[in-house]
Design a protein around this ligand. Structure first.
Ligand SMILES: [Zn+2]
Length: 74
C-alpha cells in the first residue's frame, strides 16, 4: 500500500494555502499551492522523486486549512 506523503500547511497573509510536502528520499520540502494540487499530478522534488498526493491526503490538507482559518477567525 502506498504511503501518504508527509506534509504541512502554510498560510500567507492573504490566507492563500501552500502545502509543504516533505520528500522521503532527500528530505527537501516542496511547496505547492493547494489550489493546483491534484492527485493526478505528482509533485516533483528537486532530487527527481515524484511525490503523489492521494485524494485522501489532499482532503486532509483542505480540512487542515479550514481549521487554521477558523482559528484565525476568517
Ligand atoms: Zn527529494
Amino acid at each position: 500500500m502506498k504511503q501518504s506523503p508527509r506534509f504541512d500547511i502554510d498560510l500567507d497573509k492573504h490566507y492563500n494555502a501552500t502545502v509543504v510536502i516533505a520528500c522521503d528520499t532527500c528530505g527537501h520540502e516542496s511547496r505547492v499551492d493547494l489550489k493546483v494540487l491534484s492527485p493526478d499530478v505528482p509533485v516533483r522534488c528537486k532530487c527527481g522523486t515524484q511525490i503523489g498526493m492521494t485524494p485522501h491526503a489532499i482532503l486532509k490538507a483542505q480540512e487542515r486549512v479550514s481549521q487554521i482559518k477558523q482559528a484565525y477567525g476568517v
